[in-house]
Design a protein around this ligand. Structure first.
Ligand code: NDP
Length: 330
């Protein structure tokens, strides 16, 4: 496979259009050795962008991903590393987007990652309790200090992002460059509708998460929850909720749709996961689709989604819309 690299929004930075993140998996579900093998498989397939967060597995995700980065002796300039700040610990000042937490949280993340800087630093959620001027100033400061190159937002509303840009413009500070929203066949409105003006007006890039809806869109849950899958994890509240949601009416409808998508994939000669990833990649406003993987074989399968993109003709895209029935009304 030859990887495709896209500009991150209007910036001059190039990110692989498929990237790899560590949520739930690295520092948690799998051993450091498996995390290393996954990252190596990704890198060997041209993935240069790796995503983590201070909150993932209580900091252990950054530690395990940092060890992998060191171990293989990759050139720093060949990597784009991102982390996210918001939930840094239990203390009243270990969370949110105060200047104190942005500055201290960045330092703590860099220490866990064993890095001098990250390429991308995200505000993991909006913080309505901190003034926007304080937030923009703090990210600007961290960038001026050389501890990050670009900053962005994750799951902010279009309006909150516009406010950040207005503050940055007024004070001549660095504005957010990218958003990290959820985007998959079951979750479309923000990326396809709400954010449209942001790509145009501000040149923002989207780096999207959960392209397989935590694995649901691979078809692996069509006949129940396999014991070696993420949703089988017992002591994780998010996975418990997802597992239970499969039993609901909404969950059953989704599983039926995944099975129908499986037929489309079969006709194209690809897997359901590849079809769903390729469908994300078709969207030109996406700079990178952040994938997840608990084993190297999933990465090998998922990077081949690049070869499926050209097979998604208008006719196939319409067939997919026919299954999904959730096209955003613009
Ligand atoms: P996905 O929806 O793609 O789910 C990935 C999981 O699905 C894998 O860990 C694996 O789990 C399973 N899987 C992947 N490929 C296959 C395959 N080919 N066949 C079968 N199963 C497969 O992405 P994530 O939910 O992991 O999100 C990706 C990244 O996005 C995260 O790591 C994180 O960096 C970021 N993210 C950001 C958020 C934010 O708020 N900003 C929130 C959530 C994620 P298993 O083998 O255990 O079944």
């Amino acid at each position: 496979t030859s990887m495709e690299y896209r500009y991150l929004g209007k910036s001059g930075l190039m990110v692989s259009c498929l990237s790899l993140g560590g949520w739930v998996t690295y520092g948690g579900q799998v051993s450091p050795e498996v995390a290393q093998m996954c990252m190596k498989t990704a890198f060997d397939n041209g993935i240069n962008f790796f995503d983590t967060a201070e909150v993932y597995s209580g900091g252990q995700c950054e530690i395990d991903m940092g060890v992998a980065i060191r171990k293989f002796g990759w050139k720093r300039s060949d990597l784009v590393i991102s982390t996210k700040l918001f939930w840094g610990g239990k203390g009243p000042n270990d969370r949110g987007l105060s200047r104190k937490h942005i500055v201290e949280g960045t330092d703590a993340s860099l220490k866990r990652l064993q890095l001098d800087y990250v390429d991308l630093l995200y505000a993991h959620r909006p913080d309505p309790d901190t003034p926007m001027e304080e937030i923009v100033r703090a990210f600007n400061f961290v960038i001026e200090q050389g501890k990050a190159f670009y900053w962005g937002t994750s799951e902010w509303s279009g309006q909150q992002i516009c406010e950040a840009h207005a503050v940055a413009q007024r004070l001549n500070l660095i504005a957010p460059l990218m958003e990290q929203p959820q985007y998959n066949m079951f979750h479309r409105d923000r990326v396809e509708k709400e954010y449209l003006p942001l790509y145009k007006t501000f040149g923002m890039g989207a780096t999207t998460w959960s392209p397989l809806a935590s694995g649901l869109l691979s078809g692996k849950y069509n006949d129940g929850v396999p014991p070696d899958s993420r949703l089988a994890i017992e002591d994780n509240a998010v996975m418990k909720r997802l597992r239970e949601s499969l039993e609901s009416e909404d969950g059953r409808v989704k599983i039926q749709k995944v099975a129908q998508l499986g037929h489309i994939a079969q006709q194209l000669g690809c897997t359901t996961a590849q079809l769903c990833l390729a469908w994300c990649l078709k969207n030109p406003n996406l700079s990178s689709v952040i994938t997840g993987a608990s084993r190297p074989s999933q990465i090998e399968e998922n990077v081949k989604a690049l070869q499926v993109v050209p097979l998604l003709t208008e006719e196939v895209m319409e067939a997919i819309e026919g299954v999904l029935q959730n096209r955003p009304v613009l």
